[in-house]
Design a protein around this ligand. Structure first.
Ligand code: ADP
Length: 281
């Protein structure tokens, strides 16, 4: 019971509120290519979208920005291996003597005409991926099996999933029949000049030279990806390093804490990353 309640709370925590309807509230997003245009076209035709790319490269920020731009509420669910279709759709709960139905985040999004973002859907149980099928084609319906109901999606509803190609294995991947239901937008770490802009904007107190050094360090560190590093240095990690620096931590230590310690336990890889950092700072 406790596990169940925690799981439910976990899902509830992931709901992000309505976007703010003014320019001042726009989430900061630096476009990489034509992703804004592609997403808008998909939204216009109510086609579901898959955001593909490594972690920390801007997928979530992009979607927050798009939700703001399209003036739609955003419901985000971080998927995990225990996430079942009931966590998404809803379930009957005991309230005193009575059982009451409680909508899950996906059902609420479907009814409200929100954008529902299933982050890392591949982590969830297979029944969760199957449940979205009728929502992704012309039917635009969500089956509430336990209630014996099918609900029609609100005309503004949109489904978005994220997918990290680096994490997939033969055992854990989306079925081709699921994948081909989506418009795919590929993301990667931003180009050098764009990444500089991002870091500068995210950590305004950091001086330009430090921003340049940080971005150069990140780019060099990414070349270690093929030498055993599971995930390359992300833009998010560079933003963290910048924040540690402006919080008063000396640059090499800040980079070690943000770019090395969290990503590897291998002493040789850590050493290789440290050499790159020391060569820049
Ligand atoms: P993902 O969802 O791909 O794991 P996020 O969207 O959470 O990554 O991005 C991580 C952080 O990197 C953001 O919080 C933001 O600080 C920064 N970031 C990455 N790309 C961009 C971008 N294109 N525009 C603005 N910020 C970005």
């Amino acid at each position: 019971m406790k596990g169940f309640l925690n799981r439910l709370r976990g899902v509830e925590r992931d709901i992000i509120q309505q976007p703010v309807d003014d320019a001042a509230g726009a989430p900061y997003y630096e476009a990489q290519k034509n992703e804004v245009e592609i997403f808008e076209a998909a939204y216009k035709k109510r086609l579901p979208v898959m955001l593909k790319g490594p972690t920390g490269c801007g997928k979530t920020r992009f979607l927050e920005y798009m939700a703001w731009r399209l003036k739609r509420p955003l419901v985000t669910v971080s998927c995990h291996e225990d996430l079942t279709s009931s966590d998404l759709v809803g379930r009957f709960l005991l309230e005193g003597e009575a059982t009451v139905w409680q909508d899950g985040p996906l059902t609420r999004a479907v009814k409200a005409g929100a954008i529902c973002y299933l982050d890392e859907i591949v982590e969830a149980r297979t029944d969760s991926t199957v449940i979205i099928h009728p929502l992704t084609d012309h039917r635009r319906q969500l089956p509430l099996e336990k209630k014996g109901q099918e609900i029609e999606a609100h005309e503004d509803f949109m489904l978005v999933i994220s997918y990290n190609p680096g994490y997939q294995t033969v055992l854990k991947d989306l079925k081709p029949s699921t994948k081909q239901r989506f418009i795919g937008i590929n993301f990667d770490y931003p180009r050098e000049e764009i990444e500089r802009k991002i870091i500068q904007n995210e950590v305004p107190e950091l001086d330009t030279t430090q921003v340049e050094k940080l971005v150069a360090t990140g780019r060099r560190a990414r070349t270690l990806k093929d030498h055993g590093l599971e995930e390359a240095t992300s833009t998010r990690a560079l933003v963290y390093a910048g924040n540690m620096m402006v919080a008063g931590i000396e640059p090499v230590e800040a980079c070690k804490a943000a770019l090395v310690n969290p990503v590897t336990d291998d002493p040789e890889l850590a050493e290789a990353l440290m050499e790159i950092i020391k060569a820049h700072f």
